[in-house]
Design a protein around this ligand. Sequence first.
Ligand SMILES: [Zn+2]
Length: 450
Amino acid sequence: MLADVRLSTGHAGVLLAERRGSYPLIDLRILKTSTQQGEVESGTRRKVKRLLSFQRYCHNSRLLRGLVPHTPGSLHLLDDDYLGQAAHMLSKVGTWNFDIFLFDRLTNGNSLVTLMCHLFNVYGLIHHFQLDMVKLHRFLGMVQEDYHSQNPYHNAVHAADVTQAMYCYLKEPKLAEQLSPLDVFLGLMAAAAHDVDHPGVNQPFLIKTRHHLASSTRYTANTSVLESHHWRSTVGMLRESGLLSHLPPNMSQDMEQQLGSLILATDISRQNEFLITFKEHLDNQDLDLQLASHRHFMLQIALKCADICNPCRVWELSRQWSERVCEEFYRQGDLERKFELEISPLCNQQADSVPAIQIGFISYIVEPLFEEWLRFTERSLLTQTMMTHLHKNKARWSLLQYTHASERQTHSQAEEPGPEGGGRRGEDIPNCDLDSWGVLSSFSEWGRGV
Ligand SMILES: [Zn+2]
């Protein structure tokens, strides 16, 4: 009974592993009126429910693995040319312009597993921790599969992208010389699993739709609902795969706890808390990377940087991530509109444009963190490259936002011509003010952890 393993409490009082699967994503039935709630379930609905239950069973059952024909992601479907190109890409996995979208296509959707296996080999982690290759593959396969491929942004490619960025940061001279194999292992594992089973909506949405992940019995005001779920799911998969079962219990428990601390640090609402501590360390010049606790803090910061580094990538890659994340926001907004809920900040496609969201994100979240990272790395070549991309991308979004705002104004003037007629170009510029769309204040509130 593999499924039951996920529910085991492991060592009493230490940590409850999470039941894997955030499905059903959203139980929309609770949003319907009370009269509808009282309706007898129709035959069709019952059939659909049975079908969904079966799909969920197939999705999760490891016993069925290999029995389902044409399993998506099978490397056997690829021809040698593709694998050769993927292998060639891996030889340059430490370069900042690594195209994770291309790599994912070349590996037939197996970018996360392939990348992690490669990096574990590069660092000799399999030998160092005496890992069983079958168990490692099994664990990584579970993690990759439990990302939702239908999410435009929070899917396994994002996890692979964050892992690749994390690898680049672990190689920074300031860090690389000090990191232990355990630090590297935890850093890569946390990056790969940090968003696993993400439902594609944010925490406030889960709370207002009374999703089981945010149920009142486990939720308090300061709980990072999603991040806790990502961590507990990871622990569940670690225990189910038995990847660390050969290690002394106190060591595997410590690894689980450290993974939790790293994954929980990715909660964007805790941005200021980390930023203030990071600044203090840099101002006081008191970071001592000989200390395990300081190295752990820097792994948290590195993971946070890796998680939000999209605007620091070359424009072509950066733009794709921007469009994906906004598409995910808009889908949530569409659901909220459909069920007459208040539309969350940044989720209103009519009001929150992609350029405006990106400029807010860069200004309030990305720039403040990466400016400190620049100080920490002592203006390393990689960080300078990232900052150059960041500033160029911000300028490009500003230009696009200006165009977008001008088009909006032209459009509204065409529909409702004012007494003064069309405004001159110079008069349009104040309408580019982001705060008029509430985007900056939304990010500002995120940053304050509101
Ligand atoms: Zn993420």
